[in-house]
Design a protein around this ligand. Sequence first.
Ligand SMILES: [Zn+2]
Ligand SMILES: [Zn+2]
Length: 313
Amino acid sequence: MYQVLLYYCYTPLDDPEQFRDEHHRLCVALDLRGRIIVAGEGLNGTVSGTAAQCAAYMAAVKADPRFAALEFKVDAAEQHAFQKLHVRVKPEIVHSSLAHLRPQERTGQHLSPQEFKALKDRDDVVVVDVRSDYEYNLGRFRNAVTLDLENFRDFPARVEQLKQFKDKKILTYCTGGVKCEKASAYLLEQGFENVYQLHGGIIKYGLEAGGEDFDGQCYVFDNRVAVDVNRVNPRVISRCCACREPSARLINCANPHCNAHVAQCETCGQALQGACSDACLAHPEKRPYDGTGAYPKASNHYHPAQGLASFRL
Ligand SMILES: [Zn+2]
Ligand SMILES: [Zn+2]
């Protein structure tokens, strides 16, 4: 049995490069795959492995006192959710224009999934999705306000749209919670007073609160593309990019230069051969359509230790 782990922690790391090398070595030794970002402000990752490998990884991370506040979201999976392992140093653990904020010092009040569920439908509450458009188009909380974001770094530019709710309680949510740490800290900085965040994000809400009132699927950044979170009252909200009928079948456009993540029904998939539009269907480099709409990158010659600074064959 495999697991997919999702986690983050805002905590100062004095030497991100050195931490990266050690952490990469740990992941290679445990045969994990996934994507991990290391920055001076903390750690953000999603990895897959067997249950035993994941358990060993979680124990190793939690043994480091710097990650006392880190929480793992653990999903069961049938196989690895990644082809490769990447451990990279970046300026921030989530690309934002909010590098100056320190969520571990000041951020929106954390709500457990049960607390979020109890509050979210009240008249004095506004639920705000801080994720990007392709994510909330696939699935979102039933009454959520969305911000027309192509990328999280545009969040500050959209906050104007929330000023009308300044007297209400603002409840933010995202996939695993990491964006909300900064988004809610920014709202506080902008003078919003009642700011809360769904701790652990949609994923934890699905695991611990049954996902009630989350419509559609949750976009995830691994091979699974999207996961079901609502076991209570699920609905499909995404629509086929061609015929606009409800469809939860997510594909990548067969035109590699477009590669858009869109929903497309089986019928339109056949008609358009996996392209999102007639223009993409006509593109000279359009990839052949095998009925799935998935184009995993070839993993030939891949060796997980190649990213290690000290690695020699
Ligand atoms: Zn269709
Ligand atoms: Zn396209």
